[in-house]
Design a protein around this ligand. Structure first.
Ligand code: BEZ
Length: 211
């Protein structure tokens, strides 16, 4: 069955551009992002991998380990890495799984046969330090992902893991947040000493607590 939010992320061992990796060992106590690409030497994927390489310091800052996947052989990945550096101006600085036997793709349901029965779609999985799946996004091969959005979601996931809040539409780090419904007004007074506005009893807006 396909993975769902809150499920335990399956562990695996895989060949990557940085050697053999055991997923759980690679993650350690960090957050993780596992994302798939349909195929090596394809244009949209080339731009995505260049962008993730440029954003690597942002993932590091958030304690997120980055792991990509494509269903081609390791030799192809290495040749493709040169193209990525040449055309995107960024060197591949995170491991890329070679999943020619579809072991990891099948484990994470990254092949959607009605889209293409051999290539992975553009899947994104965010894994928490507890190894639970926190986010799943699936894009078709023809649409490159927005990794700024993925960083934004990681900011929200990390904030809401630590504080009793939710983040509203288009929220970004530093914006006001919403006090979780489970928190009574009485408890909110101690949890959110900066106070809140409540245009409705169920909509309590407070400054981001860790800023
Ligand atoms: C691409 O990355 O450009 C791509 C890959 C597979 C199918 C379509 C586009």
């Amino acid at each position: 069955m396909a993975l769902r939010l809150g499920d335990e992320a399956p562990n695996f061992t895989a060949e990557t551009t940085e050697g053999t990796i055991n997923f759980y060992d690679y993650l350690g106590d960090s957050w993780g992002i596992l994302f798939s690409h349909p195929k090596d030497f394809t244009p949209v994927c080339t731009t995505e991998l260049g962008e993730v390489a440029k954003l690597k310091p942002e993932f590091d800052k958030r304690n997120v380990k980055v792991l990509g996947l494509s269903v081609d052989e390791l030799g192809n990945h290495k040749g493709w890495a040169n193209d990525i550096e040449e055309t995107q101006g960024a060197k591949l600085n995170f491991p890329l799984i070679s999943d020619a036997d579809h072991k990891v793709s099948d484990l994470y349901d990254m092949i959607h046969p009605n889209a293409n029965d051999t290539l992975t779609v553009r899947s994104v999985f965010i894994i928490g330090p507890d190894k639970k799946v926190k986010l799943i996004i699936t894009y078709p091969a023809s649409t490159g992902r927005n990794f700024d959005e993925i960083l934004r979601v990681i900011d929200s996931l990390q904030l809401t893991a630590n504080y009793s809040v939710a983040t509203p539409v288009n929220w970004k780090d530093g914006d006001d947040v919403i006090i979780a419904g489970a928190v009574s007004d009485e408890d909110a007074k101690t949890k959110f000493p900066k106070g809140w506005k409540a245009p409705k009893p169920y909509l309590r807006i407070t400054p981001q607590p860790n800023k």
